[in-house]
Design a protein around this ligand. Structure first.
Ligand code: IPD
Ligand code: CA
Ligand code: CA
Length: 261
């Protein structure tokens, strides 16, 4: 790709938005976009801060960002794929489990990703072919070999409650097969937890590109696997049902989830 984007420079820019997450005035200005789907002034401020800084440094790269009303039609050119705050409902409730998720898409694939949780001071990052890092240090997935020895995470698809029967049927089946099940409330951070070896799998329906573009690269560079629920490669710039694992338990998880559909 023509653009010279450094992972460390990108991390420095993303870190500049940390103060906005702690700005209770902005966080308390909430609008409901859809049923139980909220946006705050903090989401908008993070997005605009990053847009300003990124477009000043790399003016040719477009934006596919959650809070934009108009999004690029063409996805075959370089784009920043940005979720300014993944885990907005957590932020509103003071749950301290929210993150910026930023990926660089080169027109055909994600080549860099950063996920930053300012509350825990945790930064997960990766560059294509160059591995994944946790706060700058190399990280990798766990080696646990099967579901019976796994900690699982799921997402509830909170904006599509009509899917609740299927979601919780799958969750119950995975829960019964694993040591235990978690729900954190930030898809980007869930992917990074699998990448960091804290859990063995994560699944959720209908994630948006900005929820998973950075996290799926970080996970794959950490040695894990990320596919849709049929086991096919992820489209990255389109919505997708996601299964993310340490690689070892992927087949078993696909089979269990597939049986409930
Ligand atoms: C949501 C969070 C949540 C997941 C939803 C996402 P948002 O993103 O990642 O954990 O369950 O599917 O849409 O709305 O907080 O950016
Ligand atoms: Ca999100
Ligand atoms: Ca968001």
């Amino acid at each position: 790709m023509r653009y010279n984007v450094g992972e460390r420079e990108l991390i420095r820019l993303v870190h500049q938005t940390g103060a906005i997450f702690r700005d209770r005035t902005r966080v308390s200005q909430v609008r409901e976009k859809g049923l139980d789907d909220f946006v705050t002034q903090a989401d908008l401020a993070v997005q605009e801060t990053l847009r300003t800084e990124l477009s000043r440094r790399w003016p040719g790269i477009g934006f596919l960002a959650e809070e934009d009303a108009v999004r690029p039609e063409r996805r075959d050119r370089p784009l920043w794929i940005l979720d300014p705050i993944d885990g907005t409902n957590n932020l509103i409730h003071g749950f301290r489990e929210s993150a910026v998720s930023l990926a660089l898409w080169d027109g055909t694939r994600a080549v860099m990703g950063v996920v930053y949780n300012p509350f825990q001071r945790e930064t997960f990052s990766a560059a294509l072919g160059r591995g994944a890092r946790y706060n700058g240090q190399p990280m990798g997935v766990s080696k646990r070999p099967d579901l019976a020895h796994s900690l699982a995470i799921f997402g509830t698809s909170p904006y599509e409650k009509e899917r609740a029967d299927l979601v919780f049927r799958q969750a119950k089946e995975i829960y019964l097969r694993t040591e235990d099940l978690r729900r954190g409330g930030s898809a980007a951070l869930e992917l990074c937890k699998v990448a960091a070896g804290r859990a063995e799998l994560y699944f959720e329906f209908n994630l948006k590109p900005w929820d998973y573009a950075a996290g799926q690269l970080i996970l794959r560079e950490a040695g894990g696997m990320c596919t849709d629920l049929a086991g096919d490669p992820l489209p990255v710039t389109e919505n997708a049902d996601i299964l993310a694992t340490n690689g070892q338990v992927h087949g078993e998880a696909l089979e269990v989830l597939g049986r409930q559909r």
